[in-house]
Design a protein. Structure first.
Lengths: 247, 291
């Protein structure tokens, strides 16, 4: 569904992603893990169209995304839930969701938008309760749900999430990961960028481990969870614990 | 009392005009973070176009009104396309200097087209002034206040109820987020320019019958409108309306009861006070930042 070949991303003279190839098949949950500055988020920016300065190939359903701006990417079926959620705080929950459907409404697909709104509020009943409230008054977890809901309003076939667990309590993270599994079971393909590798790998099918702009490891999620290097570097186990386990 | 009422009437008339100009500043600032110092020139072009259409070409008032507003709005779009979007490093200070330059350019252009003389046009409707408790209220003043309030109400509706209005608001809150959601933010910027300069034209048109429009009327009106917007809260619709009326009334009372030399000083004195004590304006819509 999504195929990336030899992607290099640039911020001015600096190469932040140094030739990455990866693929996402339909109906999969894929996670990209790695520390700060490893190039995961940059890759998301390139796919969603915010960062135009990249070389290589990003194919979505066989179509190259080169030169597309974010609205064009959204129209082609990819939505991003951005890092830090980026909801519109003074606007109501309802308006935030409606704006997510901007491209749909411009196509005059009112009936579909109404349906999607129902699906989203079924998925996150709390949003229905807070419908007329300004989005800024929601809790962090609720805002994350709103950001996901807003992205879903555009009816994407591929959902990108950049750090969905950031700043949230473990219980909420679990809930959100649960929702992502539900969405996958309904046929949505999902790509998650996470520093919280444990949470992301627990729902993912496969994962890619990033380090300073390159993929250093890839494999099935459970293999990665068990991999001792991943454990040491990304699952927050320190050396002593790690040594204990391997003694 | 009669005296007070007379000053008050002239205050709300001027205030309504300042309010419409302030709305133009605010709407643009809200969606683009930009203060257009050429805004006053669009007011002037609106006024002079209206004069030419009604006096020289004998177009009736209502169609002339609409033609002028659309014409000036299109001029605003051209301005954005040619002078603003083409800037390679669009930092606020660069853009602001460009608008100052554009203001000088437009003033010069208007001088070539309309000459240096003042022009006149009659009020929209020819009625005798009303006599209220001894004070005279011009019918044009009633038109001005009515149109100003209508404009504000229409904009309020536009921002709260229509998808495009909400999308513009979203761009104002967070351009990147709006872009990611699929809102074409460049189109929204363009639209904001059209809307803002159209507002400027409205102000110019309603003021045309009670002043004698000339090519150099724009700068002072623009500055007054800017003061009003700062006073009420730059970026806030109702803040701009409030700021406009407040400025108009204080100015008129200052002229009437203190000294007529105070007229223009009032606005700038208020601006200084606001910047000292409440930099976000009375209704602050945006976080204050320095650059």
């Amino acid at each position: 569904m999504l195929r990336i070949r030899n992607l290099k991303c640039f911020y001015g003279q600096i190469m932040a992603v140094k030739g990455i190839s990866l693929s996402v098949k339909e109906g999969e949950i894929i996670t990209l893990i790695g520390a700060n500055g490893s190039g995961k988020s940059t890759l998301m920016e390139a796919v969603s169209g915010i960062l135009p300065s990249w070389t290589g190939e990003i194919l979505f359903e066989g179509k190259n995304l080169k030169g597309m701006d974010p609205p064009a990417v959204v129209k082609s079926g990819i939505s991003l839930v951005p890092e830090g959620r980026l909801i519109f705080p003074p606007m109501s929950v309802h308006d935030n969701l409606i704006l997510g459907a901007y491209t749909m409404l411009k196509k005059k697909a009112r009936e579909e938008v109404r349906e999607t709104m129902e699906t989203v509020t079924d998925l996150f009943p709390i949003l229905k309760e807070r419908f007329e409230q300004p989005a800024g008054t929601l809790s962090g977890g609720e805002q994350q749900m709103l950001a996901i809901g807003r992205a879903l309003m555009a009816r994407p076939r591929l959902l990108l999430l950049d750090e969905p667990s950031m700043g949230l309590a473990p219980l909420i993270v679990e809930k959100i990961m649960g929702v992502l599994e539900t969405l996958r079971s309904k046929g949505l393909t999902i790509l998650i960028v996470e520093q919280n590798a444990q949470a992301a790998l627990s729902v993912a099918d496969r994962g890619y481990v990033f380090e300073t702009g390159s993929v250093v490891l890839e494999g099935a999620a459970d293999e990665l969870l068990a991999d001792k290097n991943v454990k040491r570097a990304y699952l927050g186990k320190d050396y002593e614990e790690f040594d204990d386990e391997n003694r | 009392m009669q005296e007070f009422l007379q000053y008050f009437f002239s205050g709300i008339t001027n205030g309504a005009i300042y309010a419409v100009i302030a709305i133009g500043f605010s709407m643009l600032y809200r969606s683009t973070d930009l203060i257009n110092f050429a805004h006053g020139e669009f007011v002037m072009i609106g006024a002079l176009t209206m004069v030419t259409l009604t006096m020289t070409l004998h177009v009736p008032v209502v169609p002339a009104f609409l033609i002028t507003v659309f014409g000036v709005a299109i001029l605003g779009l051209v301005f954005e396309r040619l002078a603003i979007r083409t800037v390679s490093r669009p930092e606020p200070i660069v853009l602001i200097i460009i608008t100052v330059g554009a203001s000088i350019f437009l003033r010069g252009l208007a001088m070539l087209i309309w000459g240096k003389d003042s022009h006149t046009m009659p009020p929209f409707t020819a009625h005798q002034p009303l006599d209220i408790a001894g004070a005279r209220l011009l019918t044009q003043s009633i038109w001005i206040v009515l149109i100003a309030i209508m404009v504000a109400a229409c904009l309020h509706f536009f921002y709260k109820r229509t998808l495009t209005g909400k999308a513009m608001h979203a761009c104002a809150i967070n351009k990147q987020a709006a872009w990611l959601v699929g809102i074409p933010s460049k189109l929204m910027t363009l639209l904001a320019f059209g809307l803002s300069t159209g507002m400027g034209a409205v102000a110019g048109i309603i003021i045309a019958p009670i002043t004698m429009p000339a090519y150099d009327m724009g700068s002072m009106l623009g500055l007054k409108g800017f003061c009003a917007a700062m006073l009420g809260g730059l970026g806030s619709l109702w803040g701009s309306v409030l700021g406009g009326f407040l400025l108009g009334i204080l100015e008129a009372l200052g002229v009437g009861f203190v000294s007529s030399g105070l007229k223009d000083a009032t606005a700038f004195l208020l601006l200084l006070l606001v910047l000292y004590f409440r930099p976000g304006g009375i209704i602050s819509a945006v976080k204050v930042k320095r650059f």
